[in-house]
Design a binder for this molecule. Structure first.
Ligand code: CIR
Length: 266
């Protein structure tokens, strides 16, 4: 049985996206759409069933669906997004998620982007970034305590989100740009550092035996392949100009109970 990935088409207004660390560069919208289609096809070929959220042409960053919510095994969580300009994305995400999972919401003053949430088993690491605050960590901890998740804050600086700076890549391994993320909250994990020349390479989408990564990081790809991971490299040049990466283009729903699968890191 396929697993479900929520995605959303590239908005016509993508060129007006939020930018925090990158200078604005011309984005080729057609190419962005082709790259997004390739991403969706790749997920499909890896056994994911794509459920498309409604297109929101007046929401520039709406293609980066991961930021609007977190999907865990037992529930999904929506939060006020860290960028006020993105608030209009949440409703359609909530509607779609509620078809699959109970949905709970964080409330102001909490702000949280899903890109700051990295789940490894029952541990939920939450990046404290420009988008996600300590109030979100507190609320999330209270919400998830009954489900026996441990919520662990992690300092992020120099990167937009926690998952711009590090990714779980299976076993006990964290691929990380250690300049952007404090790895002390990950005791017991093996840190696989990216090279200085591949600062953005630490953002990869781990799908159990496959890793999806953007092109342009050959050393990181090699380091993952020698760990016996099957690395799928795709061109995300236009979406990267909007500070997006491979994780932010989908919300991966947990596997239905009983199919023998386990949830990926999200
Ligand atoms: C933003 O600044 O919100 C978008 N331009 C990029 C969001 C990328 N999200 C992610 O990596 N999780």
């Amino acid at each position: 049985m396929s697993r479900i990935a929520l995605t959303r088409a590239v908005s016509a207004s993508l060129v007006r996206c939020e930018l925090t660390y990158l200078e604005r560069a011309p984005i080729d919208l057609d190419r962005a759409r082709q790259q997004h289609a390739t991403y969706e096809s790749l997920l499909t070929s890896l056994g994911w069933h794509i459920v498309r959220l409604p297109t929101l042409d007046d929401q520039p960053d709406a293609v980066f669906v991961e930021d609007a919510a977190i999907a865990l095994d037992e529930l999904a969580i929506l939060a006020p997004m860290g960028a006020a300009s993105r608030a209009g994305e949440s409703l359609t995400v909530e509607e779609a998620l509620s078809r699959f999972l109970p949905v709970k919401c964080l409330t102001p003053p909490a702000t949280l982007d899903g890109g700051d949430v990295l789940r490894v088993g029952r541990r939920v690491f939450v990046g404290l970034s420009r988008r996600t605050n300590a109030a979100a960590v507190d609320q999330l901890r209270r919400l998830l305590d009954p489900y026996e998740y441990e919520v662990i804050p992690v300092s992020v600086s120099g990167a937009l989100h926690l998952k711009s700076a590090c990714s779980f890549v299976g076993g006990d391994t964290l691929l990380a740009n250690t300049k952007w993320v404090d790895v002390r909250p990950f005791p017991g994990m093996t840190i696989l550092p990216v090279e200085k020349s591949e600062a953005w390479g630490a953002s990869v989408l781990f799908l159990e035996d496959h890793v999806v990564m953007a092109s342009g990081f050959p050393r990181t790809a090699h380091a993952l392949r020698v760990r016996d991971l099957s690395v799928e490299v795709i061109d995300l040049s236009e979406l990267r100009k909007a500070e997006g990466g491979p994780t932010c283009l989908s919300i991966l729903l947990p596997s239905p109970k009983g199919d023998g699968g386990s949830a990926p890191a999200v």
